[in-house]
Design a binder for this molecule. Structure first.
Ligand code: PLP
Length: 394
């Protein structure tokens, strides 16, 4: 197999050709500023409104509850910082989890420095929060619960409807970072009692640098980016019209095809998981077996260092990702893998493979075959593995 095998769709996705086609006229032809009065700008304005309607329908919200942002990270920053500010007279306590994306975690840490108190909920060995722990954490001064819809590393899908019901009953706002979930699994802000929701274009085959924040009508959080009066005075900046059009088109495709894509990806994911666990000794699956994103598989292999595995996979044209970020020589195992209770040395040997609806069974077979060779080779060079095998055979 000579071409690229892209199994890192949780990091970003391909912009579909139909999405690009939809965007191009808004660079070259209808380049007007949608806020302008003249008829020429009306095309751009109409396109922005159309995208807003599709995105709103995708989560059962109203168009006027959707605000365009520069991506998932901005939406997450906006929610936490602006809610904290707007509701500080009610209290300064926020609840989130230990396995959030850094866009939430680092913002929460920033707020802690500003005098807010944050409870980071634990998760069980599969990455699921405990509803009892959530209930017990809610206090009279709790102003926000922010719990991700689906985890970007291990794919675990949290019980959103149950969390929403608890938040509603206790009168606390509920935000969910749905960047991994939007367009991949069904979301309904009314049925799930979600007050605010973050999503991003480039995780659903749309362009990078465009995202949205859903804010339920009546919630009083203010602007995060100050300037012009765009987005009903809540998010300044000239609209990224091509980006918005692309995000809308990508969402339209994702929402229309969701059922068949979920079925296809789930079957292929399960095939991948079964082959790896059956054919590679000392391997384990991370994340819940069934409450997980249709396209996510995440493994740990004992006696393996994630980075070495990724480099060898890359030499075979396979793109995957590892939980341990090995930058500038520091080896930090993933906070998510530590939160599900893995030991450091096991967390280091993790591999995340995230599929798309275009991934084929042949690609999965090739990947598993190569992975077996790579793991054999790395283990044959590992003194730890050698010791382990010696002890086993005694
Ligand atoms: C990718 C991701 C983000 C950040 O989104 P960007 O659009 O890249 O800023 C936030 N949360 C989760 C869960 C993600 O997977």
């Amino acid at each position: 197999m000579s071409q690229l095998i892209y199994l890192d769709n949780a990091a970003t996705t391909q912009v579909y050709p139909e999405v690009l086609d939809a965007m191009i006229p808004y660079f070259t032809e209808y380049y007007g500023n949608p806020s302008a009065i003249y008829t020429f700008a009306g095309n751009a304005k109409k396109a922005v409104d159309h995208a807003r309607t599709i995105l709103a329908e995708g989560i059962h919200a109203k168009a006027e509850e959707i605000y365009f942002t520069g991506g998932g990270s901005e939406s997450d920053n906006w929610v936490l910082k602006a809610t904290a500010e707007a509701y500080s007279s009610k209290g300064k306590h926020i609840i989130t989890t230990k396995i959030e994306h850094h866009a939430i975690l680092h913002t929460a840490e920033y707020l802690e420095k500003k005098g807010y108190e944050v409870t980071y909920l634990n998760v069980d060995e599969n990455g699921l929060i405990s509803l009892d722990e959530l209930k017990a954490a809610i206090r009279p001064d709790t102003i926000l619960i922010s719990i991700m819809a689906a985890n970007n590393e291990i794919g675990t899908v949290e019980p959103l409807a149950e969390i929403g019901a608890i938040a509603k009953e206790k009168g606390v706002l509920f935000h969910t970072d749905a960047v991994q979930a939007f367009g991949h699994i069904p979301l309904d802000v009314d049925a799930m009692n979600i007050d605010m929701l973050s999503a991003s274009g480039h995780k659903v085959n749309g362009p990078k640098g465009i995202g949205m924040l859903y804010i339920r009508k009546g919630i009083k959080i203010r602007s995060f980016v100050h300037g012009g009066a765009q987005e009903r005075q809540r998010r300044a900046g000239t609209h990224n019209v091509p980006g918005i059009v692309g995000f809308g088109k990508a969402a339209e495709i994702a929402l229309t095809n969701m059922e068949q894509r979920v079925k296809y990806e789930t079957e292929l994911r399960d095939y991948l998981i079964e082959r790896v666990l059956a054919e590679i000794p000392y391997s384990r699956l991370n994340g819940d077996r069934t409450k997980r994103l249709p396209n996510n598989a995440n493994f740990c292999f004992r006696f393996i260092e994630g980075e070495s595995m990724l480099i060898l996979l890359d030499q075979n044209g396979i793109c995957g990702s590892s939980g341990s970020a090995c930058t500038s020589g520091s080896l930090d195992p993933s906070h998510v893998l530590l939160a599900i209770g893995l030991a450091h040395e096991i967390a280091h040997g993790s591999l995340r493979l995230t599929l798309s609806e275009k991934t084929t069974k042949e690609e999965i077979d090739y990947t598993v075959d190569k992975l077996k060779e790579i793991i054999d080779r790395l283990r044959s060079m590992s003194p730890l593995y050698e010791d382990f095998i010696k002890k086993q055979s005694k």
